[in-house]
Design a protein around this ligand. Structure first.
Ligand code: SF4
Length: 314
């Protein structure tokens, strides 16, 4: 039986970013160095495949520190944690390693700096996302005001319009965020905005790579988890950039292949917490159903890497 032809446009860059890579290496290095169990507070990154792989090596994922026994070793996830979490670990004299991405820590430092300068801090982000919980938890309760969309920006009530500063979640839609920032600037022209965008290089590059292929594709599959912010944003970006269909695929066995009926060009990308192995599995599954031709479409080279915490390499 001959398979129908399918051209796959591979968005590049895609998949793992430097912060995710570092967080996984932190858990693996701690497992090598101290042996299991190594406790990890929350999913180290938003990907079940990664989490299950680390569980097999001896990582134990917990929701809160009270699940870590006395004397346990614990790692905090790449998304960042409120200040109460390391404080609690110290109170209990737990050994802990903070795997917060350095680009998230940069936002934490900026929020603290602006608060200490006397500004009301506005955070653009998604309510309840672990990164937002962590960033809001850098300052006393009520010191950060969350803005999720342009309606929030229009309705924002502030104490002093001349003393406002802005930070953002790192994994937002670049375009949506620009619109929210513009809405805030219209109302509060003196608002202090970050010198460089808080949205990280990996989020920006993956969105640009999807935009570059969107208009050529009948559909775009984004390999990523439903709770991964940057993966969800890639689906939105694909649709807005002119692709008629775009969807998340967590694992290849969850794929509804009927969705590709009649399609001849499929784009593939992957969120920053999705390993390339999942992309390869998806392409292999496409080859079983289609006569596949692959074109990689690079928009940028990435050479970012972050060092491991000194305590793990000394
Ligand atoms: S998506 Fe960006 S901020 Fe988040 S872990 Fe990766 S590099 Fe860091």
């Amino acid at each position: 039986m001959t398979h129908p032809p399918l051209t796959i446009l591979l968005a590049s860059p895609r998949g793992f970013c430097a912060g995710v890579d570092r967080a996984i290496q932190i858990v693996e290095t701690a497992l090598d160095r101290y042996g299991p169990p190594i406790y990890v507070r929350h999913e180290i990154v938003h990907n079940r495949h990664v989490v299950e792989g680390l569980e097999r090596k001896g990582a134990v994922f917990v929701a809160e520190l009270d699940e870590v026994p006395e004397g346990g070793r614990v790692i905090f996830s790449a998304h960042g944690v409120p200040k109460t979490v390391p404080a609690e670990a110290e109170r209990r004299q737990l050994f802990y390693v903070d795997a917060t991405c350095p680009l998230v820590s940069k936002v934490h430092n900026e929020a603290l700096h602006q608060f200490q300068a006397g500004n009301q801090v506005i955070l653009i982000g998604h309510d309840g996302h672990p990164e937002v919980v962590g960033t809001m938890g850098q300052l006393p309760a009520g010191a950060i005001t969350l803005v999720e969309n342009e309606d929030d920006a229009d309705a924002l009530d502030v104490a002093d319009p001349g003393r406002l500063a802005l930070v953002t979640q790192t994994t937002l839609s670049v375009d949506d965020t620009a619109n929210i920032v513009a809405a805030l600037r219209r109302r509060f022209p003196d608002i202090v905005t970050p010198r460089a965008e808080d949205i990280c290089y990996a989020t920006t590059n993956r969105q640009d790579a999807v935009k570059a292929i969107a208009a050529r594709c009948d559909a775009i599959a984004v390999i990523g988890a439903p709770n991964s912010s940057n993966s969800n944003r890639l689906v939105e970006v694909a649709l807005r950039a002119g692709c008629p269909d775009a969807f998340l695929v967590e694992r290849v066995n969850a794929m509804n292949w009927d969705r590709l009926a009649g399609d001849t060009v499929l784009g593939i990308s992957a969120g920053a917490s999705a390993p390339e192995q999942l992309v390869a599995e998806f392409i292999d599954a496409c080859r079983e159903r289609f006569s596949v031709t692959i074109e990689e479409i690079p928009v940028r080279q990435e050479d970012v890497s972050f060092n491991l915490p000194r305590m793990l390499v000394a």
